[in-house]
Design a protein around this ligand. Sequence first.
Ligand code: HEM
Length: 457
Amino acid sequence: MTVESVRPEAPQVLEPLSTPPLAGGGVPGLGHGWKLVRDPLGFLAQLRDHGDVVRLKLGPKTVYAVTTPELTGALALSPDYEIGGPLWESLEGLLGKKGVATANGPRHRRQRRTIQPAFRADFIHEYGSIMEEEARAFAARMVPGETIDCTSESFRVAVRIASRCLLRGQFMDERAERLSIALGDVFRGMYRRMVIPAGPLYRLPLPSHRQFDRALADLHDIVDEIIDERRASGQKPDDLLTALLEAKDDNGAPIDEQEIHDQVVAILTPGSETIASTIMWLLQALTEHPEQADKVSKEVESVTGGRPVGFDDVRRLSHTNNVVVETLRLRPAVWILTRRAVTETDLGGYRIPAGADIVYSPYAIQRDPRSYQQHLDFDPDRWLPERSKDIPKYAMRPFSLGNRKCPSDHFSMAQLSLITATVASRWRFEQVSGSNDAPHVGITLRPHKLLLKAAPR
Ligand code: HEM
């Protein structure tokens, strides 16, 4: 034992917390808002040059942006931040106040306990045959030389898989079709209402407003129909809807009708737009990188020996899986996330006041040259174990982490890999005139208008 080691420790001097620096490029009066509207992705991607945590001015309001993988991990894992802020408030107004995606605290924990089993590995295995059917039907709807409107087709397959797997029902095929039309229209109008919350303006009787109102009403009606029909049938299949109908609140009483309704909406909405956007990016990647499409096709052939690829093959399709992961890295459907500070906190040595709104961007984090070599290259092999070990912790979290982590990460990866394997082993793609694969920034990130032509392999 050295003399030093028994010396009483000097009292720790705590560094005072500092205020995060103001990001550059603000305009007097407007702050950074115009940059976020004009080029949100470019703006968010360069914020780390200004600091690990930076302040943004949106009109008179200050918002805090977190820019490093390590601090986004700390944010997502800390109980000092919850879901909240203007983005969520406008979502609640449209989709309902009692669903899992917007709840906090004990209600959120209870709701997660109810829905989580439906996404467990053994359940996902049971969904395998539905995923296979839908992936094959998607590939079979493609006709050589005919234009594929990837937006509506991707939505169709996403909604059909989510609703058929999670809310099984007799008329689910027809309903899944109606749901995909309603959700497509709702998402188009919702982003505008979230970034420009000009309530009375949207009551003007314009065709686009009427289309949005009709779609939103239709969405809520279809959800009511699904619930009523299940109740009337007296059946209790082992699925998410049964779990919701049987759920109890903290006092052991059945949850109310509004909560059941809002929960179904809160699961169907993130479950369709995110998957649809990712399918579009996967089709775009297979088109832009035909050598990767060939590699996927060869891998499928080597695993299946020529029979149609099935759900049980997915775990052996490691390159196909890496194509999906690399697509999620460069084109994360969820490109921005927000939190609200419950209390005053220290984030990376910076003071975040209670009630502050905080944003971070998986898009910016996952494209950062400080985390990825050749950061903009589409390189699925970077996910080979010998290479991926060098990627910093939390630099690749397209499904988030912590208590708000997407419950559907495995369910999503399974269907995305199966769809990629199914279409790439049957078709080659090229973009046709009128197609525009530039990113469209809305509630999710997706191509503006992806139009493809398929040729058989
Ligand atoms: C939450 C991404 C597919 C249901 C989230 C979050 C992310 C995410 C990043 C966390 C939000 C936050 O931290 O604030 C994705 C991606 C998907 C996908 C990238 C596909 C490519 C799905 C599917 C479903 C689903 C298919 C359901 C069928 C949910 C729900 C939440 C959520 C219910 C809220 C969880 C909570 O707040 O506790 N998703 N998701 N997601 N996701 Fe997903």
